[in-house]
Design a protein around this ligand. Structure first.
Ligand SMILES: [Ca+2]
Ligand SMILES: [Ca+2]
Length: 175
């Protein structure tokens, strides 16, 4: 049986502490094994949420991250593999086109999302209410536009914490 190199990047609790310097032992029963690469940490919740806002809160309360923002094609390829690994069907990531249909911006920073890998037939803004983004772990990890909040639609969330960005911000804060 061949083992993908991807599997070796999945982190144990000890490695999460080492990688991001969290003071507390992360509760790994609440998430799929976190994934670490070049000073960035990714983790998918086991909990499901009916709104993006709830999902975003979960990210910050668990390991201090935010719903993952896709910045490059490499990053997208990487987290698609993670989504496929977990087999989770509906996974929130950052991005909303509530302002202008088809123009996706990060909820956290307002920066445009420019890298996409849509599932077949997407984005379709089904029912005119699909303003958020998800990855489908059952469709090669590809993207779909999905409702940001709907009582009957449950999403897990893929969170990201970027230590490079945190370091840059710390340096900027020094007078
Ligand atoms: Ca990112
Ligand atoms: Ca859709």
């Amino acid at each position: 049986m061949s083992v993908s190199p991807f599997v070796f990047l999945l982190l144990s609790a000890i490695n999460v502490i080492w990688a991001i310097g969290v003071a507390q032992v992360p509760d790994l029963t609440q998430m799929y094994p976190p994934l670490g690469v070049s000073n960035r940490l990714y983790y998918i919740s086991k909990a499901k949420f009916v709104s993006y806002a709830q999902a975003s809160t979960w990210c910050s309360q668990n390991l201090g991250g935010y719903p993952a923002e896709i910045d490059t094609a490499e990053e997208l390829k990487f987290i698609e593999q993670y989504a496929i690994f977990t087999k989770v069907r509906k996974i929130f990531i950052a991005g909303t086109d509530a302002g202008k249909d088809g123009v996706f911006l990060s909820q956290r920073t307002g920066a445009p999302i420019t890298v996409f890998d849509w599932a077949k037939g997407e984005p379709n803004n089904s029912g005119g209410v699909e303003d958020c983004l998800e990855l489908n772990g059952n469709k090669q990890g590809r993207m779909n536009d999905t409702p940001c909040s709907r009582a009957s639609v449950f999403h897990n969330v893929l969170c990201e914490r970027d230590l490079n960005e945190e370091k840059r911000q710390k340096m900027k804060a020094v007078p």
